[in-house]
Design a protein around this ligand. Structure first.
Ligand code: BGC
Length: 583
């Protein structure tokens, strides 16, 4: 599947010609990425020579895809009306489908794709994400996250495929190729470079205290694979590496990523990095484009201008940054085709896309326990679905769904777990959202428990927000208690962005399924529970036994502390063979 993009001499000549004409202000403008709303007016796009526009949390560009496209078309017209007519590139946090657009197809988060182990499926999911992102006006996605999480306390574990370097590397390659396609009509981003998931105690933006060798051996391979697959951009990380801010880490960004790995695309900063991580030091370290958001724009543009004028930043560094940005704009074909394609709009959320997402849901499920023949469910059994997660597509989808931190409501186009179960059952299914129903004649309870949605910072366990824990809430534990105490057979479906400490609940339940964060196609779960398809998923992380496993910097399976996990990475039962061999 290797598809390294080669330097094109014609493009390089066009860049030379443009660079020769550009003023310093125009160059700095190209290096500026802004939000489409409060950071800029349409006039600013022209007067400040903006290079890129981002959509993430905040006001929507419109009510539907037609309006989104119209909004970005308007921005593009402004950019094209500048002296040199350099087009904008539009970026979006589409990290499991075009998740910022309600009604798009939402895939399982990467942890679920990691469990599927199916690189072809990962490539297809990425291809569909690219189509739906382009349909809403974008040509750049900030995905895939190729972190290697060392500690489940990190609130972004689910954005990563696996704790295994090898699995992550394979998945990263497939994802980049899928997103960018044969013709590079959309650019992917490998993020966050580097050490985001390996911080001490799993703190978002904390310090990663690994030796250089460990970084190269355990964390760099997915980036090498992404670069070899032609990834268009790499995003710098919030963390420090042995005390040095990654945004200002010249040795890693310039010497290793651009030098040794031969990356010729854009290194984009993360949020508001200029004011947060060392101002001109980040440019000198090799950051090419800066998310100059949230009030940073003028300060960034002036700061860099002064930096060049007083020779703090070499002119060559600016030219290199702009060359990389223009190179990707040429490769994307933006000079010939700057506007979104209205014909793509009808593809958003189409059945074929949902079918692939549903396949991804099925293949991501990992069966951890199955006793007393409780699974597969019998169609004519009297089934109760228990817990508020059982009938809520927001809760089943995790962070980065509709909103940055996710949603706790149902959203457009999605199906819930209960809906899927109802489609398969021949008897009426009881829905017991609070675990308090009488349930006297119930044969089997499907109890859906898990973590409420979260994203970066909010989801860290023991972080400053202190909103999440590595165990189930008492309320969710009580759902399981209530049904096991009644002597009813139980199937527990766990919705979570990471392995949780659920040793007691696994013991209590007759069957236990790790379903990760399935996304919009919740009814894919029923197809496997009823045995229409076998389980295929294998744990992409070792599964912790107890919260005591988290006394050290890392979770189980890492060298500092090596408590035996409850289940090893790769574990997962099947109907057919009842083995964990995955055969
Ligand atoms: C996150 C990135 C994301 C960016 C843009 C940051 O806070 O760390 O992953 O792409 O915001 O929304």
């Amino acid at each position: 599947m290797d598809k390294k993009i080669k330097t094109d001499p014609i493009i390089e000549q066009k860049i030379d010609a443009l660079l020769a004409q550009m003023t310093l202000e125009e160059k700095i403008g190209q290096m500026s990425q802004v939000r489409h709303f409060d950071d800029v007016t349409l006039e600013d796009v022209k007067n400040k020579y903006i290079g890129s526009v981002i959509h993430t949390q905040g006001p929507l560009p419109g009510n539907d895809a037609t309006e989104w496209q119209a909004k970005f078309t308007e921005f593009q017209r402004q950019a094209l009306s500048t002296r040199l007519g350099i087009p904008l590139v539009f970026g979006v946090d589409a990290v499991h489908g075009q998740n910022t657009y309600e009604g798009a197809t939402i895939f399982p988060h990467n942890i679920g794709l990691g469990a599927s182990g199916n690189t072809e499926l990962v490539a297809k999911a990425a291809e569909i994400t690219a189509i739906e992102s382009k349909a809403t006006g974008f040509n750049w996605v900030f995905s895939p996250c190729v972190a290697i999480p060392f500690n489940e306390k990190w609130g972004r574990v689910y954005e990563a495929f696996s704790e295994s370097t090898e699995i992550t590397t394979e998945m990263a390659k497939a994802s980049v190729i899928g997103h960018q396609g044969e013709f590079f009509s959309l650019m992917a981003t490998a993020k966050h470079f580097i050490g985001d998931g390996a911080t001490d105690f799993g703190v978002e933006g904390g310090n990663t205290s690994l030796t250089h060798e460990e970084v190269i051996q355990r964390l760099l391979p997915p980036y090498r694979a992404a670069v070899d697959a032609g990834v268009g951009s790499v995003m710098a990380s919030f963390n420090t590496l042995n005390g040095v801010s990654m945004h200002a880490h010249r040795a890693m960004i310039t010497d290793i990523l651009k030098g040794q790995l031969g990356f010729d695309g854009i290194v984009v900063s993360d949020w508001k990095a200029y004011s947060r991580f060392g101002q001109n030091a980040i440019i000198n370290a090799g950051i090419d484009m800066v998310m100059a958001v949230d009030g940073d724009l003028d300060m960034f543009q002036e700061g860099v201008r002064n930096g060049v004028l007083n020779q703090e930043i070499p002119q060559d560094r600016i030219d290199d940054a702009v060359r990389r940005i223009l190179r990707q704009k040429f490769r994307l074909g933006l000079f010939e085709n700057p506007y979104p394609d209205p014909k793509l709009i009808e593809k958003i959320g189409i059945q074929f896309h949902r079918d692939i997402a549903q396949q991804a849901v099925r293949e991501s499920l990992v069966l951890l326990k199955n006793e007393k023949g409780v699974l597969p469910l019998k169609r004519d059994a009297k089934i109760a679905v228990v817990g508020e997660f059982g009938d809520n597509s927001g809760l089943q989808s995790g962070g980065w769904t509709v909103n940055w931190q996710g949603t706790t409501e149902n959203y457009k186009g999605a199906t819930t777990i209960l809906e899927g179960i109802r489609k398969h059952a021949s008897n009426e299914v009881i829905y017991d959202p609070t675990g308090t129903a009488d349930a006297a004649d119930v044969d089997v309870a499907v109890i859906v428990v898990g973590e409420a949605p979260y994203a970066e910072f909010f989801g860290d366990v023991d972080g400053p927000m202190n909103l999440f824990q590595l165990t189930l809430t008492e309320t969710h534990q009580n759902y399981i208690n209530a049904y096991t105490e009644k002597g009813i057979k139980t199937v527990v479906v766990l919705i979570s962005g990471r392995p949780l400490v659920v040793s007691d609940q696994i013991q209590q339940a007759d069957a236990f399924v790790a379903a990760w964060l399935p996304g919009s196609e919740g009814d894919g779960i029923a197809e496997v529970l009823f045995g229409e398809y076998d389980f295929k998923g294998k744990l992409p992380h070792s599964w912790p036994k107890s919260t005591d496993d988290y006394q050290e910097k890392y979770g189980p399976n890492f060298w500092q502390s090596k408590p035996e996990p409850l289940f090893p990475i790769g574990y997962g039962l099947r109907y057919k063979t009842w083995s964990s061999s995955g055969q």
